[in-house]
Design a protein around this ligand. Structure first.
Ligand SMILES: N[C@@H](CCC(=O)N[C@@H](CSC=O)C(=O)NCC(=O)O)C(=O)O
Length: 302
């Protein structure tokens, strides 16, 4: 199933492509933005790595594309950016019965839902970590958009995200850690590190996965650091604003540091508490340069 290029927008030295495709995982049409850096259009840039950015509650692919300012960094180091959506959408896609913004549409939690009625469409784990990379790779292999360059959407890839998306990045990175296609690096901005223990996560996991805690633990980073072995010197980069209104009740990054103690991740989670910053994209965009450099190093670009 291929992509329709809804629009191509010049941004910095490259192009932001707004794409739409029919997803087998979600059984809906899905929007995704891809930023192709200036290197993609230069002669013989070869295979360009990709960074996947997972957005948070209430987002579409537009929020980060417009407000995180990843594009200048992508041009600086030579990586593509992928901005997936945060949930399936469509007239037959179930939403939150409470009509809140923390569950349902724009709040898919990057899990594969097992509970009715969400089990049909809310397969966001499989979509983000399996279907979307494969479909993008195939599409760009034949798109002819670049001057002899290609994007490596499958292997030399990194993952990052904000809030619910920070959870999604940590969860996907750790779950895929021992797979052949593990992400080369993972970072997060104001992430939900222990969804099983906070209101947002209890509502999301409960609604999508049911009440069996073992199903929650499969996705929860605080559990995953205890069962996934860090097979090298991998580190995880996290930034958290101390003026973030969700810091104390929903995000709780210290719980991940605590959980890592006594494991191969102890001392490997680089948590940066930054005074005066909130939860917004003013916070995210302030630290994107540091995260971009972190991923560029792990992708072998510097
Ligand atoms: N729509 C809500 C605001 C919800 C919110 O702040 N969402 C954050 C992520 S929260 C955890 O995932 C966000 O990224 N918002 C998008 C943005 O562009 O800031 C409300 O109206 O309060």
């Amino acid at each position: 199933m291929s992509f329709n290029i809804e629009s191509q927008i010049s941004s910095c030295g490259g192009k932001l492509l707004k794409l739409k495709h029919d997803s087998k995982s979600t059984k809906t049409s899905m929007d995704v933005n891809v930023y192709l850096p200036r290197q993609y259009f230069e002669e013989k840039a070869g295979k360009i790595p990709a960074v996947y950015y997972l957005s948070g509650l209430s987002c579409t692919p537009q929020n980060a594309s417009e407000k995180a300012f990843w594009q200048p960094q992508a041009d600086k180091y030579g990586f593509a950016m992928v901005f997936p959506d945060t949930s399936p959408r469509g007239e037959n896609v179930p939403d939150d019965p409470e009509e809140s913004w923390d569950f349902g549409l724009s709040a898919g939690f990057y899990v594969d839902a097992t509970q009715s009625p969400y089990h049909k469409n809310y397969k966001m784990y499989s979509y983000v970590h399996d279907e979307l990379p494969r479909e993008l790779y195939q599409f760009f292999q034949t798109s002819g958009l670049g001057a002899g360059s290609t994007v490596d959407f499958l292997d030399n890839v990194a993952i990052t995200g904000h809030s619910m998306g920070g959870f999604g990045a940590l969860s996907g990175y750790l779950q895929q850690y021992s797979s052949p296609r593990k992400y080369k690096s993972c970072s997060a901005f104001a992430a939900l590190v222990n969804p099983s223990q906070v209101q947002w996560g209890k509502k999301g996991f409960g609604g999508y996965l049911g009440s069996e805690v073992a199903q929650w633990e499969k996705y929860d980073p605080v559990n995953l650091v205890k069962v996934v072995s860090n097979n090298g010197n991998d580190t995880i980069l996290i930034h958290q604003g101390t003026s973030d209104p969700f810091y104390k009740d929903q995000l709780k990054p210290h719980l991940l540091i605590e959980a890592a103690k006594g494991t191969s991740w102890e001392g490997k989670i680089n948590l940066n508490l930054v005074d005066g910053f909130d939860h917004s994209y003013y916070f995210v965009s302030s630290f994107v340069p540091q995260h971009a450099e972190f991923h560029a190093k792990n992708l072998g670009l510097i």
